[in-house]
Design a protein around this ligand. Structure first.
Ligand code: NAG
Ligand code: NAG
Ligand code: NAG
Ligand code: NAG
Ligand code: NAG
Ligand code: NAG
Ligand code: NAG
Length: 481
């Protein structure tokens, strides 16, 4: 991105107001509202080898302010109009803009045409890499306080008719040190998460019905926050869903059935991630959400179970019946014991896979077949070019796949596990364990979602047609976990 130098006449205007400056400090967040500022207003900025100024518009107004930075602090020289090459306009896109450059003598920020607009300014000398400064994906030190539109998106777990389970993007990957032969150990069936990183980022979740037009206003954290609906947070904590790392997890209640919602996650008040979209299910949808199971860390969706005992409105490891968790843990324990009859860590059965990756892929498969995922057919008006999800016919009563699930009194449909979940276990595990996945040419589509993710799967539904199990628009074609 190039910053335009300011025409000569404007630069005079900029410096005419220098007498009235307020100084802004590094790594502080400033919020201003139009009526409280004179127009134009100039702020002085601190010296820095590398100065980073970011702007976020927080309100939607008819007028749009303009922002100018100069890093030429020699004000006398400038009023003599010797140079306008050190004056830059900060271009705003969707209410967000930034400037970076050297400011060994400090700098000034001038705002014009403020009107009623409220906005935020953050100034940082956070280390960053100018070559990689691209709008919408600015690489800076995580500690630097600057407005950003993050490229990583939040993740939808699932919805019911009134609840939604939503995750932030992952923030702290877990590196496990592999164990060593002959003392090769694998994680227990009931996993225990490592301790949470000491200073997790502060995330907040913002939601509004899609009809409220959250995405057409400024795409900045402060604008999203003020335009979002207040929601009832039933639980929020940090959860390790998988290797990709910890995520903040929110279970939201009190939503309106059959409604499209837009969601954003804000990190540290200034960094915006999103939007993602999701729809709540129709009023008759009866499957409760299941999440936060240490032994099935990525299970986070609606499962055909009886409604939990009041006051609970969803299941987690403390409320899920033992008649479901015990057999699952036993399968996992027995499988692990069988796997460990292989000299793990001494002999290789694959150049790419280890006993640990086998156990992990098996766990993922076991969880996805043990907990069927309830779903509804997409609303008829959704895009006709999009493939239809791998949904079963409506069923009720006994679940054929997991006889340990209690019968339910309502009718439901499930979305099948992605065939890739089975293939991953097949690929990751030694042959002697006898993991067999159905062939996509024959019967696979009766028990798995075939051909959505992997283009090498010669599936009935067209190889790799979506390339993914779910997308940011709330479509889910097969159950990825
Ligand atoms: C102002 O910033 C620009 C862009 O980084 C730089 O080329 C110029 O040398 C800077 N001027 C001063 C006085 O530091
Ligand atoms: C095997 O490893 C575990 C943890 O990795 C350790 O606690 C245990 O002491 C080790 N046992 C032997 C015999 O080295
Ligand atoms: C799994 O371990 C957690 C502690 O890490 C414990 O609270 C929970 O009861 C265990 N679950 C089962 C089903 O054993
Ligand atoms: C949960 O939300 C509350 C209020 O929004 C917040 O104070 C708290 O820190 C959050 N807890 C976690 C673990 O994120
Ligand atoms: C696990 O192994 C035990 C002992 O071999 C056996 O009694 C049990 O039936 C097995 N459980 C499952 C679910 O396979
Ligand atoms: C929700 O969004 C989908 C797809 O974007 C659209 O077809 C549908 O009409 C919307 N539903 C409502 C209730 O607005
Ligand atoms: C569940 O329903 C099936 C038939 O739909 C029945 O055979 C079975 O006994 C029921 N199980 C329980 C625990 O009620």
């Amino acid at each position: 991105m190039r910053l335009r130098a300011l025409p000569q006449s404007l630069s005079c205007l900029v410096y005419a107001t220098l007498a009235l400056t307020e100084s802004l400090s590094l790594d502080a967040l400033y919020s201003f509202s139009g009526p409280s500022l004179s127009d134009p207003t100039t702020f002085s900025l601190p010296q820095a080898q590398q100065l980073f100024v970011s702007i976020a518009i927080c309100s939607t107004e008819a007028t749009s302010p303009t922002f100018f930075v100069t890093n030429n602090s020699d004000t006398t020289a400038v009023t003599e109009s010797t140079s306008s090459s050190d004056v830059f306009q900060i271009p705003l896109q969707s209410g967000f803009g930034y400037w970076t450059g050297t400011a060994p003598q400090g700098a000034f920020l001038t705002v014009q045409n403020i009107g009623q607009t409220s906005f935020q300014v953050a100034v940082s000398n956070g280390c960053m890499y100018p070559d990689q400064v691209v709008l919408y994906s600015i690489l800076i030190l995580p500690a630097a306080l600057v407005h950003e539109l993050l490229p990583s998106l939040p993740l939808l777990g699932d919805t019911t008719n009134t609840q939604a389970l939503i995750y932030s993007y992952p923030f702290s990957p877990v590196d496990s040190s592999p164990s060593i032969y002959p003392n090769y150990t694998l994680p227990p069936a009931n996993l225990s998460a490592p301790s949470l990183p000491s200073e997790p980022p502060a995330f907040s979740l913002f939601i509004a019905p899609t009809s409220s037009g959250l995405t057409s206003g400024p795409q900045t954290a402060c604008a999203i926050q003020s335009a979002s609906t207040s929601v009832s947070v039933l639980t929020n904590d940090s959860w390790l869903r998988g290797n990709e790392g910890w995520r903040s997890q929110w279970l939201i209640g009190g939503l309106t059935p059959s409604t499209n919602y837009t969601a954003y996650v804000v990190q540290d008040q200034v960094k915006l991630s999103g939007p993602i979209y999701f729809s709540t299910k129709s009023p008759s949808f009866s499957c409760p959400l299941v999440h936060s199971l240490p032994y099935c860390p990525s299970t986070s969706y609606a499962v055909p179970l009886p409604f939990p005992q009041s006051p609970a409105t969803f299941y987690d490891s403390s409320t899920l019946p033992q008649s479901i968790s015990d057999p699952l843990l036993q399968y996992m324990t027995n499988f692990t014991a069988m796997l460990l009859t292989f000299p793990c860590g001494r002999d290789l059965y694959s150049p790419l896979q280890t006993c640990e990756s086998c156990q992990e892929a098996y766990r993922n498969w076991l969880c996805s077949v043990s907990f069927p995922r309830c779903a509804e057919p997409p609303s008829s008006s959704s895009s006709p070019s999009s493939p239809t999800p791998a949904l079963t016919a409506p069923q009720s009563g006994l679940n054929a796949r997991n006889p340990n699930l209690p019968n339910v009194s309502y009718s439901y449909q499930t979305v099948l596990p992605c065939l890739e979940v089975c293939n991953a276990a097949d690929r990751a595990c030694p042959n002697f364990l006898g993991i067999k996945c159905p062939n996509p040419r024959f019967n696979a589509a009766s028990s798995y979602g075939v051909g959505y993710i992997d283009s090498s799967t010669q599936g009935v539904f067209g190889g790799g047609s979506t390339g993914t199990a779910q997308d940011r628009w709330g479509n889910v074609w097969c159950n990825p976990s």
